[in-house]
Design a protein around this ligand. Structure first.
Ligand code: NDP
Length: 355
């Protein structure tokens, strides 16, 4: 069972989920399709959508037995019709059809259309109170306030897909965001971080697209090379976590082992890392990129204590009890031992005098 930050329980792992994947032919979309293919018996696919990639959309729709496949560019309608003939998959084309696909009942929806074309379909999914895996950050950048208000009003659930935001969401769970001091979004710096400014005019598109750590769609790759993507992510974080801009900072960490850091008002720092890296490698990287932030912070073993209500207060009370009881007890023991020694000396003297 997955708990959302608002304590909403998402359907148990065992039950069948109906799912729609908008932008199923893109980088996020194809990864989502691959996940569904791992355990197809757990999913029933309502809708798949693409812009122009008819061949892949048709292949996915057949493989996942989707109820409807939608192509956004209407001029590809006939191609899709032909590619899916005899499959029993319903087909539709056009921007309106993508929006209608988002409105069809499904438990989950993966919002993975690139750009503002994803705004309206995502909004319609919010309006029907769906659980939304939100990859399309553009809807929170271009219409953050409207989206967040609708999410609250309709009781929809947003699960951020961006690794940084997912990590923060995961790290926060139900923790009150008033306890957050700073959120650090890590940034790899993209493929051009080491390129001197004087060489920027010669940069080729292929260089800018070559992200050192991730294989992603073209738009987000270019946005990563200019760091504009991180600006979008700051806006996204502000809207999702409802925290002011002055509490969100960008931390350049080229290897991307660390997805996010959350610093709380009590000094605790939660570091959310990629589990696929070895501990020793990770420690060295954390020290290199984030060491200056963790100086003076409590160690991990204190985490539960710090987060449990009154952890610090309990430690203070225990120290006070120790001081109050230890001083009189020590002085009593000292007097006891001293009087015993005196007594023992007196008795020795008495014996000697008697002799
Ligand atoms: P891609 O370019 O790889 O895929 C985009 C998808 O949207 C494709 O299915 C494409 O169809 C479809 N599409 C494009 N234009 C339109 C349109 N006008 N109307 C309807 N559908 C359209 O993008 P990504 O998967 O990389 O990114 C998707 C979103 O997720 C972006 O907002 C990005 O910022 C975000 N994101 C991506 C991450 C990643 O790792 N890739 C990580 C975190 C967030 P077609 O294939 O036919 O062109």
């Amino acid at each position: 069972v997955v708990m959302t930050p608002s304590h909403k329980v998402i359907t148990p792992e065992t039950s069948i989920r109906s799912i729609s994947i908008l932008g199923s032919t893109g980088s996020v979309g194809t990864n989502t399709v691959d996940l569904v293919k791992l355990t197809p018996e757990r999913f029933s696919v309502t809708a798949l959508s693409a812009n122009r990639n008819v061949a892949l959309l048709a292949e996915q729709a057949r493989a996942l037995k989707a109820k409807i496949a939608v192509i956004a560019d209407e001029s590809y309608y006939n191609d899709l019709k032909e590619a899916l003939s005899g499959s029993g998959v319903e087909i539709a084309a056009g921007r309106r059809a993508v929006i209608e696909a988002a409105m069809r009942p499904s438990d989950w929806i993966m919002s993975a259309i690139v750009g503002t074309a994803g705004l309206e379909p995502t909004f319609k999914a919010v309006e029907r109170g769906a659980i939304i895996g939100l990859a399309n950050k553009e809807c929170l950048v271009s219409a953050g306030k409207i989206m967040i208000n609708a999410i609250k009003q309709q009781g929809a659930t947003i699960i951020p897909v961006d690794s940084e935001h997912f990590s923060i969401w995961f790290g926060l769970h139900s923790i009150d965001n008033n306890k957050i001091n700073t959120i650090y979004l890590t940034a790899s710096g993209g493929p051009l971080i080491d390129t001197p400014l004087k060489n920027f005019k010669n940069i080729k598109t292929s260089q800018a697209l070559k992200h050192p750590n991730w294989k992603m769609g073209k738009k987000i790759s270019i946005d990563s090379s200019t760091m504009m993507n991180k600006v979008f992510e700051v806006i996204e974080a502000k809207n999702i976590f409802d925290i002011p801009y002055n509490k969100i900072k960008i931390l350049v960490h080229q290897k991307s082992y660390v997805h996010a850091l959350i610093k709380f008002n009590n000094g605790l720092i939660k570091i959310i890392v990629d589990e696929s890296f070895s501990e020793s490698k990770l420690e060295a990287e954390i020290e290199k990129s984030c060491g200056h932030l963790t100086e003076g912070a409590y160690g991990n073993c204190w985490e539960d204590w710090q987060m449990s209500s009154g952890g610090a207060a309990t430690i203070t009370i225990l120290l006070l009890i120790f001081i109050i009881t230890a001083i009189p007890a020590t002085s009593y023991l000292y007097r006891l031992i001293k009087s015993d020694i005196t007594d023992w000396r007196n008795r020795k003297l008495l014996i000697r005098n008697r002799r």
